[in-house]
Design a protein around this ligand. Structure first.
Ligand SMILES: Cc1cc2nc3c(=O)[nH]c(=O)nc-3n(C[C@H](O)[C@H](O)[C@H](O)COP(=O)(O)O)c2cc1C
Length: 167
């Protein structure tokens, strides 16, 4: 059972990294720092140099559960996560890659997020809801830590998330 974390943050030892560590106390996770990868931005010609995108797609497709881990930066996930999702558009554009886009369907996906707010930003969450909905990815659960003062996860939220990730 592969639980693949796609991690992005400007701070590799920051709050989002800490949130992943909390979850990793209860699950075996494979974490990929996607900021360290080269993902060429999407272009309409779908003409790309060799980069890390196709190997990452294979890892994503092979994973049983997909976990996006990002801080809330200006109501949105990080630029790398956005660039990855933009590039996934290629899978829907190019005929030979379309089966890969279709293979995303029904994959259980999760979101780990940290911010300086009590609640997870609805714009940030809405981004994932819309993207997952487009690809028929199953949005299983999210876990948010409010890091305005320290590192706070709402009571029961961690156990509920762990339960969802175990299903
Ligand atoms: C560039 C930037 C933008 C931010 N935008 C928001 C925001 O829109 N809403 C919010 O609640 N917190 C915002 N924050 C606070 C971060 O979400 C919060 O500190 C988060 O836990 C940082 O995670 P990290 O340590 O992994 O970077 C922002 C922080 C930065 C650096």
């Amino acid at each position: 059972m592969t639980k693949l974390v796609l991690f992005s943050s400007a701070n590799k030892q920051g709050n989002t990294a800490q949130l992943i560590e909390e979850v990793a106390k209860h699950h075996s996770l494979e974490v990929i720092d996607i900021d360290a990868l080269t993902i060429t931005p999407y272009n309409y010609q779908n003409n790309y140099p060799t980069d890390d995108f196709y190997p990452l797609v294979e890892k994503i497709l092979a994973a049983d559960k997909l976990i996006f881990a990002s801080p809330v930066y200006w109501h949105a996930p990080t630029a790398t996560i956005k660039a990855l999702i933009d590039r996934i558009t290629e899978l829907t554009d190019v005929k030979r890659l379309k089966p890969k886009a279709r293979s995303l369907a029904h994959k259980p996906a999760f979101v780990l997020a940290t911010s300086a707010s009590d609640e997870l930003c609805p714009i940030f969450n809405g981004f994932f809801e819309k993207v997952f909905n487009y690809f028929d990815i199953q949005y299983s659960a999210h876990l948010h830590a409010n890091c305005r003062e320290g590192f706070n996860i709402e009571s029961n939220a961690l156990s509920q998330f762990n339960e969802a990730l175990n299903k």
